[in-house]
Design a protein around this ligand. Structure first.
Ligand SMILES: Nc1ncnc2c1ncn2[C@@H]1O[C@H](COP(=O)(O)OP(=O)(O)OP(=O)(O)O)[C@@H](O)[C@H]1O
Length: 234
């Protein structure tokens, strides 16, 4: 499902001619199976977000290959990436990344507008998705009028609305209290079990790592893939 081979990345900082090279990832190999929940752990600055940004096409690797759901995305241009993300990937962030000037309904509906879905169908699917995350009555609320847990549920609804086979999450529980965290983790497990969604989750949180089938550790830009407890279905 997510296959990364020999992936390396470095950042260049400072003025041209006097640039400093910051190597971040070294020949990373990573294989996440379809239907697996994988947690990426590692110290601050170890390269976790860089890896996620490479896998989602927001930055281009210096070298290496990335294949997602059977497609080699390594040399995708920005337009191809935008299209691929819209159809294949959902995102959940610590800070929710909702648009503050749009209601919960409008935030969830947005990917369908980008996909060109007609209004009647958008209305139906968005209502259905708000119901799935238990927020049907909150569709008219702006993000600032919702609790942290509710905002995270809106962001999950937005991620799910296009039925992506993969969800990438960067510290999804980082802003949640322990009740909301438990609820989110149970929901991730349910989505994984019932819809077969593959999750790649960056986390510092032991509770999150515990629901993962596999822990992938990054240290000094090198990746150590743990044993997976995931059994391929069927
Ligand atoms: N745009 C950038 N330009 C230069 N250096 C960068 C850039 N982004 C990240 N880095 C550097 O790359 C390294 C890895 O950063 P990254 O954000 O991937 O780490 P992380 O493991 O996600 O950290 P955290 O847990 O603190 O979020 C760090 O040394 C960071 O300073």
């Amino acid at each position: 499902m997510i296959e990364v081979n020999g992936l390396s990345h470095e950042f260049r900082i400072g003025q041209k001619g006097k640039e400093k090279v910051v190597p971040v990832l070294h020949h990373v190999d990573l294989h996440v199976k379809q239907g697996e929940i994988a947690a990426i752990v590692g110290k601050s600055g170890s390269g976790k977000s860089t890896l996620l940004n490479l896998i989602s096409g927001y930055i281009k690797p210096v070298s290496g290959m990335i294949r997602i759901n059977g497609t080699d995305v390594t040399s995708f241009n920005e337009g191809q990436w935008a299209d691929f993300r819209l159809n294949q990937m959902g995102f959940i962030f610590q800070s929710f990344q909702l648009i503050p000037s749009m209601t919960a309904f409008e935030n969830v509906e947005l990917p369908l507008i980008l996909k060109g879905v007609n209004e009647k169908e958008r209305q139906k699917q968005t209502q259905g998705m708000l119901e799935t995350v238990g927020l049907l009555e909150y569709g008219g609320h702006y993000p600032g009028e919702l609790s942290g847990g509710q905002q995270q549920r809106v962001s999950i609804a937005r991620a799910l609305i296009v039925h992506p086979p993969i969800i990438l999450a960067d510290e999804p529980t980082g802003s949640l209290d322990s009740d909301n965290e438990k609820e989110l983790l149970a929901f991730i497990q349910k989505l994984n079990r019932e819809r077969g969604i593959t999750f790649l989750i960056i986390t510092h949180d032991q509770e999150v790592a515990q629901i993962a089938h596999r822990t992938i550790e990054i240290a000094d830009g090198f990746v150590m893939e743990g044993e997976s407890v995931y059994e391929v279905q069927g």
